[in-house]
Design a protein around this ligand. Structure first.
Ligand code: ATP
Length: 363
């Protein structure tokens, strides 16, 4: 049984839908991320779960209990916000103790539980300090300790790392991930940063314009995006216009014209006509001189080379006028190519995802 069920929830702002028919089941102990561009409805869905907003349609269940008429303070939720929302006039200890005092927990238990929470976030030595004396990362840990000290059934985090510099963000994200696993708290995490989502999540829901586009594990979303939006939002990809012909139901294969080439492609269903071939830069390779290769390839000329050490990014103009990015390696001078050179770009059809012409769904 899912611990959290978001059952076809729609939240309106006037006539507009902030969240449109969201349906998600989240398991106990899962680290679940809502990911999408600004304005896609992540915060609205999180606030609806927390009880700060009331949805107009659908229901929210924690276990079997319907939360629809449960006020926010009775939902057993810990929250961490982007701006930390810690009280500047209270010490670290008092900030963390705040939720327990509000719940009338005994003095003795407050001392024990706050000490434990500060231990978990490694702030025990700072318990008497004011937040202003602490770094950004430490302030975020105060917010984290304050959220976990109440032993919530559900932890909600809204862009908790976006006020930190890049290096600290990386450090804090692995700390949050490790802590969540250690405490086994079901967590719903909001971010617009796709790399952060891939790094921390058990599963991700990708949202666009209030609607859930895809729910899956990080590698599923990356390797099998269900539509053009997801393929483009997660990582980067090349979209190449193609045409599919002669689908054979017996073999479930069709012919695809890509640039100058005809390639046989497996398809799950009958499709003929224009299509969109999506392949990631690291799934394309430049054919090395004097090597035989069985895999399909298209030819073009190199227009840009960006040497980044562990990889080299090439932009290549194909003969059909389209440009593709290839991320390849150059482990020696002889492997490095230059602008203007001819290039043969190889790929495995099975690595690619093929969408209908508008990119609405994979075929
Ligand atoms: P961001 O990453 O920028 O925080 P988000 O994905 O969290 O964006 P939301 O804040 O949930 O997006 O907003 C979803 C949509 O609902 C947006 O179009 C936004 O303008 C609208 N919206 C959000 N809050 C309100 C509100 N209180 N009143 C009216 N419209 C709102």
């Amino acid at each position: 049984m899912a611990q959290i069920t978001i059952d076809h929830v729609t939240k309106y702002f006037g006539d507009a839908k902030g969240v449109d028919d969201a349906h998600i089941d989240i398991g106990h102990g899962e680290f679940f991320t809502l990911l999408g561009p600004s304005g896609c409805g992540k915060t609205t869905l999180l606030r609806t779960l927390a009880g700060f907003y009331q949805q107009e349609e659908g229901s929210i269940y924690f276990g079997e209990k319907c939360m629809d008429s449960e006020p926010a303070h009775k939902r057993d939720i810990g929250m961490v916000f982007q701006n930390y929302a810690i009280f500047p006039h209270l010490t670290v200890f008092e900030n963390v103790a705040y939720g327990l005092r509000a719940r009338k927990v005994s003095k003795q238990d407050i001392e024990r539980r706050v000490s434990e929470a500060l231990e978990v976030v490694e702030l025990s030595a700072h318990r008497s300090k004011q937040p202003a004396q602490m770094s950004g990362g430490q302030q975020q840990r105060i917010a984290l300790a304050r959220a976990i000290v109440i032993h919530p059934g559900l932890l909600l985090m809204d862009e908790p790392l976006s006020n930190l510099d890049a290096k600290l963000r990386l450090k804090m994200r692995s700390e949050i991930r490790a802590l969540q696993k250690r405490l086994n708290i079901t967590t719903i995490y909001v971010t617009h940063d796709q790399e952060e989502a891939l790094a921390v999540s058990d599963r991700i829901a990708v949202l666009n314009q209030g609607r859930i586009q895809q729910v899956g594990r990080p590698h599923e979303i990356y390797l099998n995006p269900v539509n053009r939006f997801v393929a483009n939002f997660i990582g980067s990809t090349n979209f190449i216009d193609t045409e599919i012909m002669g689908y054979d139901p017996a073999t479930k294969k069709a012919n695809m014209r890509i640039a100058e080439q005809q390639v046989s492609v497996p398809l799950d269903r009958a499709y003929n006509g224009k299509a969109l071939f999506s392949i990631r830069p690291e799934q394309l390779k430049l054919k090395k001189a004097n090597t035989d290769s069985e895999v399909p390839s298209v030819v073009g000329s190199i227009t840009e080379v960006t040497f980044l050490g562990e990889k080299v990014e090439y932009l290549i103009d194909l003969k059909n006028g389209q440009t593709v990015q290839v991320n390849d390696h150059a482990v020696s001078y002889s492997e490095l190519r230059g602008v203007g050179q001819f290039a043969e770009v190889c790929f495995h059809v099975s690595d690619a995802v093929i969408f209908d012409e508008e990119g609405k769904e994979a075929i």
